[in-house]
Design a protein around this ligand. Structure first.
Ligand code: GLU
Length: 283
């Protein structure tokens, strides 16, 4: 068994991250398997080196020993570009020039599991216009979801303890696979990395359940191994809302500064016990 914890170094880790890391670590250790760390630093503008160091220090404080050096997404950009190339050659992605404002202004943008569903403005641009604009306009690359789904047919994935589930990637519409400012999106990078790292069990928060349907589709398109998934409940604060990076009181750095024993905290989280005021909830 290989599990992973994949923090984005865009802020301090909080109790929710600790819970997630403890779950993935515990599953691996209980099975005599390996626990890996991946640094999701694909967003060069928001990622900070100081948060990488702080996240690793937090994991040490929790007593979660890891196997091998952390994998960094910023070291794997060429792999993402190669995967995008294969999708491009198969006509499964297209360049999109729309701004956020363009999409927000579109009356035909219904809501999907990951926000507004892209209305398809750039999907069928004439080839010449596409070439001309690509040379001068910033663009992202979107998956042509209808074509992708037509290619793969119905897909299923396994949720640990719950058996097979049908997936519904189509509900997301034409998602972004490579951003204007980064050579891959979370969906593409995470799916490729989980495969390259040999992750057998992806254990992460239930906020990512819908994203998993997209990841399952990418696995089918790119001929990648399919891990098992377990989506756990999310840690909510005293206000009943799930924790966010701005909730300073729940940051692991502040708990550590307040003298909390990290290993004791990890043992509590392993047993599903949270500090007073916090709770676990399924979204
Ligand atoms: N870096 C992602 C996050 O922090 C990881 C998600 C995942 O586990 O796939 O949300």
């Amino acid at each position: 068994m290989l599990t992973r914890f994949a923090p984005s170094p865009t802020g301090e880790l909080h109790l929710g991250h600790a819970y997630s890391a403890v779950q993935a670590h515990q599953a691996a250790r209980a099975a005599g398997g390996r626990f890996l760390i991946r640094i999701d630093d694909i967003d060069g503008r928001r990622s900070r080196e100081e948060y990488v160091a702080a996240s690793l220090a937090d994991l040490d404080w929790l007593g979660l020993d890891r196997d091998g050096d952390p994998v960094r997404q910023s070291d794997r950009l060429a792999h993402y570009a190669a995967a995008l190339d294969t999708l491009r050659m198969r006509d499964l992605v297209y360049p999109c020039f729309c701004t956020r404002a363009d999409i927000a202004a579109s009356l035909s943008a219904p809501h999907g599991p990951s926000g507004a569903v892209y209305p398809g403005t750039c999907r069928n641009l004439p080839a010449r216009e596409r070439m001309r604009r690509m040379a001068v306009e910033p663009h992202c690359w979107r998956l042509d979801m209808a074509r992708a789904v037509a290619e793969t047919g119905a897909l299923f994935r396994e949720e640990t303890g719950q058996g097979l589930r049908a997936t519904d990637a189509a509900a997301h519409g034409d998602i972004v696979l490579a951003r204007k400012d980064a050579p891959a999106s979370y969906h593409l990078a995470s799916t490729l990395d989980d495969a390259a790292m040999g992750i057998t069990h992806v254990i992460r928060g239930a906020d990512l359940i819908a994203s998993t349907d997209v990841h399952r589709l990418l696995q089918a398109l790119l001929d990648l191994p399919v891990p098992l998934y377990r989506h756990h409940a999310l840690v909510c604060g005293p206000d009943g809302k799930r924790l966010a990076k701005r909730d300073a009181a729940a940051s692991l750095a502040s708990l550590r500064a307040a003298g909390v024993d990290g290993r004791a905290l990890a043992a509590d989280l392993r047993g599903g016990r949270l500090p007073a005021g916090y709770s676990l909830q399924m979204p």
